[in-house]
Design a protein around this ligand. Structure first.
Ligand code: GLV
Length: 310
């Protein structure tokens, strides 16, 4: 049976030609998340991109779906049974890691406070700053994002310690890697604790009040994985008592963050609306397209796919 490939990725004209050269016998249909029709979803045997999860029930002919997201939880329970499901983990790791580093530096240098002063036309020295030189950076989640971010911190002179579910050897960017069971003994030594975790039953609430209180009073917390890993109410409470130097969150639970959330007003807490990754850098877009093309080649050759989720 010839394939019907519904391509919802942001592809350029020449990239369409590349997809068509890989699968010359397939029907190639290009659409956007908003312009895709129920008929296209119904006919698709392969989908690339980010269809709305609730629309996936229309994909009755589907055999394989590759999402452009690294995290896959929004499609859980939404996909037809028995299909192949792959994700784009790794394609946005440079982008997310740079965002983590930028927000870490901003918080260390009190830039959120200086920006508030600028808006109020106030020339005021806020005192001491922090450096990560010689400090200890813990990263929860030693996947693509965690590893890229750790490597950046290592280059800036920090000791980097990664935590993951199972340890099978060294991970680039980390001086040491441990299982999550070792986390509590490291938290009191950390200058920075960075969360780069997916959403799963094992990660929900992993950074709870007890763990936040194990951190040093002048440590920095970052979250660029999923909001569910952090107990946000506990963070507001703990920071309200002057515990922690600052925090930067690119992800919250829920998203968008409700207008009345107390998180908006925590001093030296930098909030960004889940923009660390996505298609905001050309290198991310290109990596996503390339992964889809590589996997299409593998799929047609009957080879195992990269980033198989199920
Ligand atoms: C971003 O959050 C992603 O999962 O790709």
């Amino acid at each position: 049976m010839s394939q019907y490939i519904l391509n919802l990725l942001p592809v350029r004209e020449e990239e369409k030609g590349e997809f068509e050269a890989i699968a010359p016998d397939a029907v190639h249909v290009y659409a956007g998340r908003r312009t895709v029709t129920p008929e296209q979803l119904e006919k698709a045997t392969i989908i690339f991109g980010w269809p709305r999860p609730r629309e996936m029930k229309n994909a009755r002919s589907l055999q394989w779906f590759q999402t452009m997201w690294a995290g896959t939880e929004e499609y859980e329970g939404m996909l037809p049974d028995g299909i192949l499901f792959t994700c784009s983990a790794g394609t946005n790791s440079r982008s997310v890691a740079e965002h983590m580093l930028a927000s870490l530096m901003a918080v260390c240098r009190r830039l959120p406070t200086y920006r508030d002063s600028q808006r109020a036309h106030r020339w005021e020295d806020e005192g001491t700053m922090k450096t990560i030189l010689g400090g200890t950076v813990l990263v929860l989640g030693a996947g693509h994002v965690g590893s890229d971010f750790a490597g950046m911190c290592q280059n800036l002179g920090a000791r980097t310690v990664g935590f993951k579910r199972t340890v099978r050897g060294a991970v680039p960017g980390f001086d040491q890697v441990y299982t999550m069971e070792e986390l509590d003994r490291w938290l009191p030594q950390a200058d920075v604790v960075a969360l780069a975790l997916p959403h799963s039953s094992e990660t929900v609430g992993i950074m709870d009040e007890r763990r936040l209180r194990l951190m040093k009073r002048d440590a920095v917390l970052l979250n660029a994985g999923r909001g569910s890993a952090l107990d946000q109410e506990a963070l507001v409470r703990v920071m309200g008592e002057g515990h922690l130097w600052g925090a930067a969150l690119d992800v919250t639970e829920p998203e968008p963050l409700p207008q009345d959330s107390p998180l908006w007003d925590v001093p030296n807490l930098l909030l960004t609306p889940h923009v660390a990754g996505g298609m905001r850098l050309e290198i991310t877009r290109r990596a996503c397209i390339k992964l889809a093309q590589d996997n299409l080649r593998r799929y047609l050759a009957g080879e195992p796919l990269v980033n198989q989720v199920k």
